[in-house]
Design a protein around this ligand. Structure first.
Ligand code: SAH
Length: 230
């Protein structure tokens, strides 16, 4: 049986999934609780990492190296950067980058780390499955670059800086670490994010208001993806 690892950053992002699956075993590793269950022909392992790239890296590594996940799916919320994104819209990441990496003093492009890549692509097969699931439900998916970094972006100048330098359509704090770890471990992965705010001067208020709803939207879309998998 294949194993799907589903990761959120915050408890609110996985609660709707735990409510859906209802029964699971709990395994504690590295400060995370991994909720283990089955669905269709899959083992499902769900965890929230805590916020930020480092936490998400540990959780994703544990999914791969301890639970032998065959697929990794991230569910959560993000700040919208594109003007056409509004609260509640769902983004499927085409690729991920770390906007807060800067070794440009040595002539490297912003976001680039030697022996790695500036943009790490998500898995095309999982993305096709996500697109099919969206079509069936008349969900208009936004497909684009997501930029990650260890800051909550709530400032229009910082927002514009990320757009200008990375061409990203959404910003969050974990996606790129899932991309780095999954790609190095050769695990196909995809990143789903529902918009909670617009990363502008009102982002904190918007986030608090819409976290729960947007987290639910992302999580229920994850179930649609699982239903679309063979
Ligand atoms: N209110 C929380 C902190 C949330 S940090 C607390 O006090 O504990 C924001 C979380 O949502 C991160 O996990 C990040 O991935 C995502 N996110 C949503 N909007 C974001 C934005 N504008 N900038 C960066 N991350 C954002």
């Amino acid at each position: 049986m294949k194993t799907i690892g589903i990761i959120g950053a915050m408890r609110e992002e996985i609660t709707p999934l735990l409510d859906f699956f209802k029964e699971y075993n709990e395994i504690q590793i590295g400060g995370n609780i991994f909720y283990v269950t089955t669905y269709k022909n899959y083992n499902i392992v769900i965890a929230y990492s805590k916020i930020g790239k480092i936490h998400a890296s540990l959780t994703c590594s544990t999914m791969g190296l301890h639970f032998n996940a065959d697929y990794i799916i991230f569910t959560g919320v993000a700040g919208g950067l594109s003007n056409d994104l509004k609260v509640g819209d769902i983004v499927l990441a085409s690729s991920l980058c770390q906007y807060d990496v800067d070794i440009s003093a040595f002539g490297h492009p912003l976001g680039f780390i030697p022996e790695s890549k500036l943009y790490i692509d998500t898995d095309s097969n999982l993305n096709e499955i996500a697109k099919r699931a969206a079509n069936k439900q008349n969900i208009e998916l936004k497909y684009g670059i997501i930029a990650s970094g260890d800051s909550f972006i709530s400032d229009k100048d910082k927002k514009q800086w990320i757009i200008d330098n990375f061409k990203a359509c959404a910003v969050e704090m974990e996606g790129a670490s899932i991309a780095v770890v999954s790609s190095l471990l050769n695990i196909p992965f995809c990143i789903i994010r529902a918009i909670s705010d617009s990363a502008d001067d009102n982002a904190d208020v918007s986030f608090d208001e819409f976290l729960e709803d947007s987290a639910k939207k992302s999580a229920s879309f994850i179930i649609s993806i699982l239903d679309e998998m063979e």
